[in-house]
Ligand binder design. Structure first.
Ligand code: BEZ
Length: 171
């Protein structure tokens, strides 16, 4: 069973896996449209974190993780708990580094979940992120870590880098 990571799972998986490799999914965009009441914000002042948004023709580059057969239920239960703030498992086809397609899943926060914040401009998102903090730390660290992790891996994501550049000017 393969899991596609497009956010913090890329640089901090924190779960047991057999191997991981660069991967992409077609028809999805990475966006800071999800509210975070539990990690990078609080229930009264949620931060902004990633989800995937469906768009025909789009490609989202990330990382695929092969989960172990033995103990898989425990790994999934821990991930479900970590991503409980509006995310659910969503099945999709993952293209691995060599072009091989495998069936897998990701965690995404759909627009009908109670924490969804939806679209905003890059400077609005940056302003929101700059003043949000939660139990997992400042929201700005999440965005700037993500931006660095993507660039280190040669992944270009204009949405992420635009928000990160606005944020760097603010903090
Ligand atoms: C990820 O890194 O793929 C991820 C992003 C948001 C929620 C769960 C996982």
């Amino acid at each position: 069973m393969w899991l596609f990571g497009y956010g913090s799972l890329i640089w901090r998986p924190g779960f047991e896996h057999v191997r991981s490799e660069p991967a992409r999914v077609h028809g999805w965009l990475r966006r800071f449209y999800q509210g975070s009441p539990d990690h990078r914000g609080t229930p009264g002042s949620p931060g902004r974190v990633l989800t995937l948004v469906e768009q025909a023709g789009a490609v989202c580059e990330g990382r695929a993780f092969l989960l172990p057969e033995a103990g898989r239920d425990g790994v999934l239960a821990a991930l479900d708990h970590r991503e409980q703030g509006g995310y659910r498992r969503h099945p999709l086809v993952i293209e691995l580094g060599q072009g091989e397609e495998v069936a897998g899943f990701t965690y995404l926060a759909a627009s009908d979940n109670p924490h969804y914040l939806g679209p905003a401009s890059a400077d609005e998102i940056a302003a929101h992120v700059a003043c949000s903090v939660g139990p997992s730390g400042p929201n700005r660290d999440y965005v700037l870590e993500l931006d660095r992790a993507l660039r280190r891996r040669g992944i270009e994501d204009p949405h992420v880098s635009e928000v990160a550049r606005h944020l760097e000017r603010l903090v």
